[in-house]
Design a protein around this ligand. Structure first.
Ligand code: XMP
Length: 515
């Protein structure tokens, strides 16, 4: 089997919001790449053995006090370098050119005039022009020696530059974003034509690789996994199952705040895929603890601690040495932030504290992957779309969608209402388009009229949002007809509801969940 990591590109991160996007584009070109913080150090960079280096954009100006800089030695590795936006300015600054500080940002679409359609711009643009996305303040005043301008825009005579001899390239625009339609081609030109990488990072070969690694790590020992039915834990479990089969026990805990039919569906799907599944119905244990609890953070705590108790008990019975976790690459990237004084490291607390407490060794087969790659692996493993395309669902489940106290009676109402919302969203063909769509049960009652009778019943809110990563979100403009159908069905079919409203707030300042 060929080594899927043999072709490697390294991205040094200078704090751009698009850095991960560069990595995803390179990987889509089937070349493995990683992101290091800009100050990782030369030794670490060398040890990675990259065939090419990409310097990301970033919010700083090279002249700022404390601007993120790298030594010239980083450019003396004999490998091609591509500087994007801030990365290009940095290249200029380090190599003796001049960057002009500018008060005004150039932001938005721009038309690029290509000087020569070679190298980075091979087969790019029609009639020497290409649309690109600009977002920069400073610009190149004087290129370093050896460079020539390879493209301009009305505003910047040096929108791209190249020194073919040293194989150094700079672009002032962002090839990684979708608003640069031929950006992917530009990045592919860099990794294939300039860095001479070949396509070796494919999801089929990743599966073979991961299976081999898992077998090596686990040997003949037992493995357990906390299966939630979400994409990450599901793909991780199926991958480990492929590697070590019955040595893996996947534990699925019913915490009492799952959606309608969810426990049955998850069990059925994983049994169909041949997993050794242990189902633990702890719903009563969880629900007993919710009595009298209204505070959202208390609810989260109850879910977290009770889950650990239940899981630990079920896991102990298995006598396992290893625990599978669905950690993804964005959880382990050391991200640089120039808002604070130092780099921040994001930590991941999916199954908070479990491995330390239980003295389990971790198996994290998805640690190198982005979410879209995890989905591709799931497809490779022939997993059902119902799992792969599942909208995110929070760990505390319906407990944080019932405002106020969680009880069996209120759960029954929300489950039915939520089921109708999802059913109608799916019928309208919108399920995959939307990041999250669900119902929320409010802690108030309103007056209504049913037949000749006055009613005094619950209110359900419908929430639908779009988002890239859950950090920000826009409310989705669902068609009125669809909202009408949902409202009619909920009020007619769900006993105890006489009013439905639609949440039209975005994040920030609201959050996706109501609690
Ligand atoms: P918010 O409501 O903070 O949610 O805008 C952002 C994303 O995170 C999910 N979420 C959670 N997921 N445990 C989880 O596992 C939680 O306590 C939790 N709270 C919110 C939410 O569904 C959305 O996708």
């Amino acid at each position: 089997m060929s080594d899927i990591h043999s072709e490697r590109i390294l991205i040094l991160d200078f704090g751009s919001q698009y850095t991960q996007l560069i990595a995803r584009r390179v990987r889509e070109a089937k070349v493995y790449c990683e992101i290091f913080p800009y100050n990782a150090g030369l030794e670490k960079v060398k040890a990675f053995r990259p065939k090419g280096l990409i310097l990301s954009g970033g919010p700083s100006s090279v002249y700022d006090a404390g601007a993120p800089l790298i030594g010239k030695d980083h450019l003396e590795l004999g490998i091609p370098v591509l500087g994007i936006c801030y990365g290009m300015q940095l290249l200029t600054h380090i190599l003796g050119g001049q960057v002009a500080k500018s008060q005004k940002r150039e932001y938005g679409r721009a038309e690029l005039n290509l000087h020569k359609g070679e190298g980075l711009f091979n087969n790019v643009g029609a009639a020497g022009k290409a649309t690109v996305w600009m977002s920069h303040g400073d610009r190149i005043e004087k290129m370093p020696e050896g460079f020539h301008s390879s493209a301009d825009t009305g505003n910047s005579p040096t929108a791209a530059m190249a020194d073919e001899k040293r194989r150094f390239y700079g672009v002032q625009f962002h090839p990684e974003v979708v608003h640069t339609p031929e950006g992917t081609k530009i990045l592919r030109n860099f990794v294939y034509d300039i860095c001479k990488c070949t396509a070796s990072w494919t999801m089929a070969s990743f599966v073979d690789f991961a299976v081999g690694e898992i077998r090596k790590a686990v040997g003949d020992k037992k493995v357990i996994c906390a299966l939630s039915g979400g994409v990450d834990s599901s793909v991780a479990a199926v991958l480990v199952n492929k590697a070590v089969g019955k040595q893996l026990t996947s534990i699925f805990v019913n915490n009492g705040v799952l959606r309608k039919n969810e426990a049955e569906r998850v069990q059925q799907m994983f049994k169909d895929m041949g997993l050794n599944l242990k189902y633990v119905d702890a719903s009563k244990q969880f629900l007993d603890k919710f009595k009298g609890v209204e505070d959202p953070e208390k609810k989260r705590k109850i879910i977290g601690t009770t889950f650990i108790e239940v899981f630990e008990q079920a896991a102990n019975a298995e006598g396992a040495d290893f625990l599978v976790q669905g950690t993804l690459y964005p959880d382990v990237i050391e991200s640089v932030s120039f808002k604070g004084p130092s780099a921040v490291i994001k930590s991941h607390h999916n199954v908070g504290g479990l491995p330390e407490k239980m003295k389990l060794k971790l198996v994290e087969p998805l640690r190198e992957l982005f979410k879209d790659e995890v989905r591709a692996i799931g497809r490779e493993l022939k997993m059902p779309d119902e799992i792969i395309d599942r909208q995110p669902f929070p760990g505390p489940g319906l407990a944080i969608r019932i405002l106020g106290e969680v009880s069996e009676a209120r759960l029954a109402i929300l489950r039915e209402a939520d089921y109708i919302v999802l059913e109608e969203i799916k019928k309208a063909g919108l399920y995959k388009e939307i990041w999250q769509s669900f119902a929320v049960l409010l802690p108030i009652k309103t007056v209504g009229v049913m037949g000749d009778e006055r009613t005094y019943e619950n209110v359900v809110a419908i929430r639908a949002v779009n988002s890239q990563d859950g950090m920000t979100a826009d409310w989705v403009k669902l068609p009125y007809e669809l909202l009408g159908i949902m409202s009619n069905r909920i009020i007619n079919e769900v006993k105890g509801v006489n009013r439905v409203c639609f949440d039209i707030s975005s994040k920030p300042p609201s959050t996706i969940e109501w609690e």
